[in-house]
Unconditional design. Sequence first.
Length: 625
Amino acid sequence: MWSSWVAGVGALVWFVTFAALLAGSQFYTDDLLYLQQGARDHLTLGWLQVNSYGHFAPVFRLIYAVVARLGGVNWALAAAVLATLVLLLYVALAWFTTQLLGRRPAAIVVAVAGVTCIPALRTTLWMASGVQVIGGALCMTFCIAGFVAYVRSQRVAALAISVLSLVVGLVWQERPILTIGYLVLIRYLFFPPDWALGRRRTIVRDALMWAPYLVVIAGYLAYRLFVFDASPAPGTLRSAWSLLTSGFVRSYLPSLVGIRLDQNSGWFEPASILGALVLLGAFAALALTRRGVWRCVVFLLATYVANVAVQAAGRLGAHGADPIGYSRDLQYFVDPYLATIFALCLGAVLPRREPGALGRLVPGVAVLTAAVLAVVTTVSWTVVVRNNAQTGAHSYLNRAISELDATGPVDLVSLKVPASVAFSFVDPFTDQVQFLTIDKDLAQKIDPTSPRKVVLAADGSVMPVHPATLARSTDLGAARPVPGRKATLTRTASGLCMSGGASSAIKVPLPATAPLPGVGAFQLAYSSPHGAEIRVGTYTDSGRSMNQWWSTLPGGTDRTFLGRLDGEPGQGLLIVAVKPVQDLCIRSAWVGMLAVDTPDGCRVVDHVGAYTAEPADCSKGWPAQ
């Protein structure tokens, strides 16, 4: 019966989490980078160990590769994976709480509280943080639960689960290294050795218990210190103190009462005060019924400081790092929230105190407080799901994917996704086509040979695109190979034909243009028996500006290819072969801007498809081949 209750509530947790992710989130910023790497890179052990913004995270990278290769840009699959991680965290918590609280409703309630808290929700809404933080947390919790089971029952299977969870956690992210500290505190504060067995026997027994953990930790530290290039950026004591205090007051305490404060909130908001009262009240209630509650307080303080120390040692010294900004990011407070649950539940093993009049009120007050917090958390859930950092990505990507799917084969001129979907620090993975075409179904909808040329506007809508011509050349007689790049040019009836190995390059001069008010674009009219992969850029006397991504030109006769320019047109186009090229015969080159029809008339768009004030003529067609 108990297992059925745990399973039923777990299924509900999975469904609610999955529904929230579908309703209010999408792939965001780092997700675009990891999905494209996971879809296109060769999967090797070396690839799994690649530094991921300072993290050693093979499991994290593997999950992205699986999602990208099975689902492409299918957010529903990613949401299912995230919901499953939350479910596994619930299972680990339920195992932990059941051991300490018994098979009582309170054990399930506490487990649910741990996985539905506002820090866990906010973290799960972003796949990058959800996979990393929730994944690490579930491994830590399984490790702790297994350890508690072992010290209570001496079952070797429980110890094996605990050690294995630590191993998996350490190849998921670095924070589970703190687990060994949790275990030491749990062992010697709450489950001290039985010295009645004899000093020598007790010491040997504990040494054998700790040995597998120490072997794992030693191996991990040796790899991190001497093999893996992590390049940590530790902050100063002042920045660490700011992170510690601001995070405690403005993130941790409000989260205890199911509230997420606004980013512009002050230091002492009502939610912070309520959180402090609830925390103090919980320990006071525990003190009314148990002796030695100081042990729980020491456990919570030590684990909170340790979690902050890991963050301060890894990130606060990075360029532009803001300790106050980090202190408002709830992904860093999932572990402190769970540590609070651990601390309070561990109080159940302390010696009982004969309850007085106040002590007899504790159960009723606890039930009432839990009910109020459940209501507040539910309301906060709706607010967080509706207004989160992924709201813009949810709207943009859902619209873009659905409209592209319904539109059919089009030549999508690839712009960049807006900052609401991904910030520029993940360039060049902000390219729309490069991201969308990791999805096999969408890749079939995007055809550079289609006469229907479109762009994605800044809101994700698919819009027909029109040329705003700046320069065009059908006489490419001035084109020249770039010295040292070993390209050969021959003139034939098909045009100016380029051949050469990878990195061979030519310059195609065009009439000079002024700086552009919108996104630049180029079009090549060409013929090629095998197609070509080229990187296009622009040049001036002082230098060059290359596109962040290469362009794949389909093979065939009398083709055109339209692409974005990441730099100003300058004096002409620079065409560089990404792979060996044979007989890429260019007949004409065009440079201009991209325009769309808007309610305010024909307007040039910028690099993310936003309308500019620059007018254009949308009645003109694309240059003839």
